[in-house]
Design a protein around this ligand. Sequence first.
Ligand SMILES: Nc1nc2c(ncn2[C@@H]2O[C@H](COP(=O)(O)OP(=O)(O)O)[C@@H](O)[C@H]2O)c(=O)[nH]1
Ligand SMILES: [Mg+2]
Ligand SMILES: [Zn+2]
Length: 360
Amino acid sequence: MFDATHFARLQSIGLTPPLLQSIPPLADGDTPMRVVEVQRDSVLLHDGARVQRARLLPALHNALADAADAVAVGDWVLAQRNTLAEWWVRSRVPPANQIARRLHDGRDKVTRVVLAANIDTALIVMGLDHDFNPRRLERYLAFTRLARVGAAVVLSKADLVDDATRAARVHEAMALAPADVAVLAVNGQAPEAAATLAPWLGAGQTLVVVGSSGAGKSTLTNTLVGAAVQDTGGIRAGDSRGRHTTTARTLHPLPGGACLIDTPGLRTLRLDADAADVVGAFEDIASLAGACRFRDCRHDDEPGCAVRDALPAARLKNFHKLQREAARDAMGALERQALLARWKAMGRAGKARAKQKKEW
Ligand SMILES: Nc1nc2c(ncn2[C@@H]2O[C@H](COP(=O)(O)OP(=O)(O)O)[C@@H](O)[C@H]2O)c(=O)[nH]1
Ligand SMILES: [Mg+2]
Ligand SMILES: [Zn+2]
């Protein structure tokens, strides 16, 4: 069903041996493709050679929506072409992971928005200029941590700040990032950025850039792709008419065989987590908590709190803020059950894939 040529073609858009294993047996006419863009009523699918527009079968869309889930850029799907030459997505391959955020309508409705799927590394892009914000960095680090997605911090606009500012901000970012998250300073407009990021850009790797608007995500994307595929702050790709910024999440194959997903900046990034989970993204708090006098210490004003004594006040305050938000954005019991079931399934699939990986 999958000959070597077919696999090689799909490999150029990020198919890896472990992902291949999670594709169910193909029915007659099934074409495995990768979602490279999600639009209002349709998706753009890449088969390794060209891009097709397709629509989701309503049954698939509804089944996913019932589980607070959705097809996202980076997903692998099985599509079929009907006699009218229209492409329809009939199923989605269970993703290895997803990054998602929650939206609160201000009253009582909470929705979950899936931003991207099957991610190896999220590049958290933040400018070294006035864009630099340690609290926002903590939020993005928590976001990738809770999604169990690898991350690297890419501090852009290194060319716009003096050496002392750059050194101080890199140092501050390193203090916030967990040990396995690298902190890099780049000029996103310079080709050397590709060399700096090379360790994360191996063939078959899928990356997503996240960060606020104007941070330099599309600029970095264009540099890594080697062409002006995304609109940036001042310019519009192709015709340089007017000011247009990124409006969709789009996957681009890179020259070295990796794939990069550009995303629009998010004004509010609410974590896709429950209040009790947030501590999992703050490893220092999780490990210090054992030394608090009270087992259920909230690290607030309790006596004998080891966390409050050790942590910078601004970091602890931010932790509490993220926890409060998560409590406010709590999903209904049914939605949560669906979510938990899916996390478990992803964990199982992930373990199976890790095993497969070793065997390959
Ligand atoms: N000097 C300099 N300018 C940058 C760098 N990265 C981005 N920019 C500029 O910052 C502005 C916003 O960049 P853009 O890529 O559109 O940000 P996005 O909203 O995160 O996609 C544009 O005018 C870019 O030219 C950088 O590393 N150095
Ligand atoms: Mg952009
Ligand atoms: Zn405490």
